[in-house]
Design a protein around this ligand. Structure first.
Ligand code: B1M
Length: 212
């Protein structure tokens, strides 16, 4: 089996030692880190999501898959960050309040760091006031929000409203992303931008801070 199919399979099975070992093997074979991420780790997690949706697998299986995905990401992180040129500016990121999904958000953080941004990662389940307060205290140019649940998406709108209410709407820009989020939703809540994946988040944030 090609190494990346094996890697996707290790994520699907939730085999974290194997996911780490196969990621190291793919790196040794000089496969591009972005290809390892997309065709190995994310490909595996996509299958996990599909199986979870149709109740073929259950929450504990998804947790194991997430652990395996992290084992691979730990190996890739230094390579994805390696070419960074500090610093294009500060960005606060987090998964919004009520949302515990953080794999995509962490990828966004890794890619932004790699591109030379100073990333302040507030983690998951982050309240709107914490995002706005941190951006203010740290002088961040951008707040990046991630949501994976349709029920937590509205929190993104709360952050945008709060920024405007505090007179920071023009100085701190906002970018939103996550599987259920769309360009139309970003427009609807008044966010400055939408990014469809971690690579695109880098391009979008560069545009927001005038570095593109
Ligand atoms: Co959950 N979960 N989950 N889950 N989970 C989903 C999201 C779901 C679609 C599964 C399904 O039904 N098929 C579904 C949501 C349904 C909906 O709202 N429409 C769901 C559900 C229902 C739930 C629970 C409610 C289950 C329950 O308890 N009954 C629960 C909620 C917990 C909570 O948050 N309060 C729950 C829990 C969990 C786990 C904890 C077990 C685990 C998360 C572990 C973790 O993150 N540490 C988990 C997982 C792993 C998933 C799936 C399977 C995979 C998500 C993932 O990590 N994908 C997911 C199904 C799926 O999405 N296929 C699912 C890989 C990751 C790289 O992709 O995060 O989309 P993603 O990020 C992408 C882009 O979206 C984008 O870039 C990344 C790629 O480069 N992106 C951004 C993300 N954030 C961005 C921000 C940006 C820009 C781009 O700018 C700032």
């Amino acid at each position: 089996m090609p190494p990346l199919t094996d890697l996707a399979d290790a994520v699907i099975r939730g085999d974290h030692p194997q996911a780490g070992a196969l990621t190291r093997e793919a790196i040794r074979l000089a496969i591009e880190p972005k290809t390892i991420l997309d065709d190995g780790l994310i490909a595996g997690m996509t299958v996990v999501g599909d199986r979870f949706r149709v109740h073929e697998i259950f929450l504990p299986d998804v947790l194991l898959a997430a652990k395996a995905m992290y084992a691979g990401m730990d190996e890739l992180r230094p390579l994805l960050i390696r070419d960074g040129v500090p610093s294009l500016g500060k960005i606060v990121i987090g998964s919004v309040k009520g949302d515990l999904h953080d794999i995509g958000k962490n990828l966004v953080g890794i890619m932004l760091k790699g591109a030379g941004f100073d990333v302040i990662d507030l983690g998951h389940d982050v309240a709107p006031e914490a995002m706005v307060r941190t951006a203010k205290e740290q002088g961040a140019a951008v707040i990046g929000m991630s949501a994976l649940l349709t029920t937590t998406m509205p929190v993104m709108g709360e952050v945008v409203s709060r920024l405007k209410a505090e007179g920071m709407g023009g100085t701190v820009r906002t970018v939103v992303g996550g599987a259920p989020v769309s360009e139309a939703f970003a427009r609807e809540i008044g966010a400055d931008a939408y990014a469809f994946d971690a690579g695109n988040a880098v391009d979008v944030v560069k545009t927001l801070v005038g570095r593109r």
